[in-house]
Design a protein around this ligand. Structure first.
Ligand code: NAI
Ligand code: MG
Length: 334
């Protein structure tokens, strides 16, 4: 029987780039069944809540979700839907690969970096967020557990091994954040001892930013805590041509959600300007996760060729075309 995928089109540019990804998956002969669900602003408007129970049930049942970006309304006591989803399904690993494509406006050529970001703890656990009554003092709790640190660093080393990579860089700030980042580094060091075949490097997060901009070719796999991973992965997206080129997989034991790294891009929504490559690359991550490497390669080479040719690409890549033209170019290739 066909595999069923939960699809959340999302907000802003979400529906248009998700539509592009599905057309391409279908053209490549992936033969999935899709079940559509709402979340975010779209769900709030249609169903009165940001994360309806029906959507949660569907994510749990199908286990695999392809998701567009979601707009979290600012203020009004709303907690981030993405953070909620990651916590609810214990999606502890956020895998964000960036790869150079010929034909983009990127300043570098030989980038191939995977950021492995811890996805449920640290500064994004949402715990202890208080502001004093007079508004003078704000507080938040950051929690790092041995179990969480061990799980994510093991994931990074296993990924490095599986993909024949040479080096894992542990990114931290243990010199200042001695308790939290300190524990993360200590546990990561212990895990690294089990992988003598892979080079381990330790780097402080601010220096990492500088080195990523100076010599990004030197990086391979990075593993880090939640906040640092969020920031570093956007930096990495900038190295390869912007957020339109950056996918991410949120992986847990019982569910996985594949999405773009970027948000709903309200500034370009509804204008047929979005680059769908981010979500197309996320669907490639999904295919690889499902063991469908041949389909993944097929789509990857079509996207690579269309971007390299450059005459049907979107504006962020230096082209003059829209989301639908670019998508059609990939479909024509397939
Ligand atoms: P954003 O990532 O939506 O946009 C940042 C900039 O990148 C904008 O100039 C946008 O036009 C551009 N951009 C993003 N994706 C692009 C694409 N595919 N093609 C071409 N250009 C692209 O970040 P912003 O504006 O800070 O956030 C907007 C909303 O998205 C917020 O409500 C935020 O909460 C939400 N968000 C959701 C995420 C998710 O669902 N995973 C992740 C990040 C933000
Ligand atoms: Mg982010």
């Amino acid at each position: 029987s066909k595999r069923t995928i939960t699809v959340i089109p999302g907000d802003g540019i979400g529906p248009s780039i998700i539509d592009a990804a599905i057309k391409i998956l279908d053209k490549a002969g992936c033969d999935f069944e899709y079940e559509f669900a709402d979340a975010g602003l779209t769900a709030l408007e249609k169903q009165g809540e940001l994360l309806p129970q029906r959507t949660l049930d569907m994510i749990e049942k199908n286990r695999i979700t392809l998701k567009g970006p979601l707009t979290t309304p600012v203020g009004e006591g709303f907690t981030s839907i993405n953070v909620s989803l990651r916590k609810k399904f214990s999606l502890y690993a956020n895998i964000r690969p960036v790869l150079s494509f010929k034909g983009t406006q990127a300043r570098y050529e030989n980038i191939d970096i995977i950021t492995v970001r811890e996805n449920t703890e640290g500064m994004y656990s949402g715990l202890g967020q208080t502001v004093s009554e007079d508004g003078s003092t704000a507080e938040a709790t950051s929690i790092i557990t041995r179990q969480g640190a061990e799980q994510i660093t093991t994931f990074a080393y296993e990924l490095a091994r599986k993909e024949n990579r040479k080096k894992v860089t542990i990114v931290h700030k243990a010199n200042i954040m001695k308790s939290t980042s300190g524990l993360f580094l200590k546990v990561a060091r212990e895990v690294s001892l089990r992988y003598p075949d892979i080079i381990t490097e330790e780097m402080i997060v601010d220096a990492t930013c500088m080195k990523l901009v100076m010599n990004p070719e030197n990086f391979d796999v990075m593993v880090t805590t939640n906040l640092f991973g969020d920031i570093l992965s956007d930096l990495c997206a900038g190295l390869v041509g912007g957020l339109g080129m950056a996918p991410g997989a949120n992986i847990g034991k019982d569910a996985a959600i594949f999405e773009a790294v970027h948000g709903s891009a309200p500034d370009i929504a509804g204008k047929n300007l979005a680059n769908p490559t981010s979500v197309i690359l996320a669907s490639i991550q999904m295919l690889e996760y499902l063991g469908m490497s041949d389909k993944a390669e097929l789509i990857r080479s079509a996207v690579t060729a269309v971007i390299a040719e450059g005459d049907r690409t979107t504006r962020d890549l230096g082209g003059t075309h829209g989301t639908t033209d670019f998508t059609q170019a990939v479909i024509d290739r397939l």
